[in-house]
Design a protein around this ligand. Structure first.
Ligand code: CA
Ligand code: CA
Ligand code: CA
Length: 287
């Protein structure tokens, strides 16, 4: 086969891969840019200033991994604060809700997934990682925080996009979280499903992350990756809502998206295999 024919074939394969990937992206929610799905948070709803202000969340999926990125003013290891029991206020845990029920229902039924990615926070699970059978519990009371979401809103933070662009109104936030206790870390009864990989701002940038496109870059950008197979989902498309609050409840953000779990040996998988084979043939020919 001529090299030009091979190149054409590879071109076709790449085009069909892109087509598959476009179809796998969320249809309604989020703001898509360069393979990432973004939820941009209000810039003026961080109680206590920029150290406690989230600016955005973004999620990207590949065939086997899910990447999560966060940006704002809160460092991964939190901020020293004498009002907190452990002298520090930082990030809570990230929750993933695939149930199509609201957060409070999914939490009380222990049907959330959760990720502890901040190794020094007040999570009730011992180590960082992905967890299943998750219920949320609140640690706002030991982090100089809000007793309820109602109290947070009444303290002057009734702004647009307080839970990001996907839960833009207070009514939609109350409908999802209720207006009571802010459940912000994984409870101790959760089951560990797998480890996560920590990702620096540079590593995320290399994955195409660009909060700057939305003028939403914070001074702190961090993230992690998890293995899709650790979620234990059968092949199919799954809508989810991802959400996170700081330990004090001083800010939070949510994102609606879709995860595609491919069937083993599916079209995308086969296309990827043939692309790899063709690519290696081509490079052999050229060498
Ligand atoms: Ca914010
Ligand atoms: Ca703390
Ligand atoms: Ca917020």
């Amino acid at each position: 086969m001529k090299t030009s024919t091979l190149k054409k074939l590879i071109g076709t394969t790449v085009a069909s891969l892109c087509f598959v990937s476009v179809n796998g992206l969320p249809a309604v929610a989020g703001q898509l840019h360069n393979g990432w799905n973004y939820g941009i948070d209000s810039f003026i709803d961080g109680s206590g200033g920029e150290s406690f202000n989230i600016r955005g969340i973004a999620i990207k999926e590949t065939s086997d991994s899910v990447f999560v990125a966060l940006t704002g003013g809160t460092p991964l290891k939190g901020v020293a604060n004498s009002g907190a029991a452990d002298g520090n206020i930082g990030w809570g845990d990230l929750f993933l809700n695939f149930t199509n029920k609201n957060f409070t229902t999914a939490s009380s039924q222990k049907s959330l997934f959760g990720v502890r990615f901040a190794g020094t926070n007040d999570s009730q699970v011992a180590t960082t990682g992905l967890y299943g059978n998750v219920k949320g519990v609140s640690v706002t009371n030991v982090n100089h925080g809000y007793n309820s979401l109602l109290q947070y809103y009444n303290a002057g933070f009734d702004k647009a996009n307080t839970q990001g662009t996907d839960l833009a109104t207070k009514a939609s936030v109350y409908s999802y979280f209720g207006n009571g206790t802010i459940l912000n870390v994984i409870d101790s009864g959760a089951k560990k499903l797998g480890d996560i990989g920590s990702l620096s701002a540079t590593a995320l940038q290399n994955q195409g992350l660009d909060f700057g496109f939305f003028k939403a870059s914070g001074t702190q950008t961090m993230g992690f990756s998890l293995n899709k197979s650790d979620l234990g989902l059968a092949d199919g498309n799954y809508d989810y809502i991802a959400s996170i609050f700081l330990e004090c409840g001083n800010d939070g953000v949510a994102l609606k998206g879709k995860v595609d779990v491919p069937e083993p040996g599916s079209l995308a998988g086969l296309a990827l295999v043939s692309l790899t084979v063709l690519g290696s043939r081509l490079s052999k020919r050229q060498s």
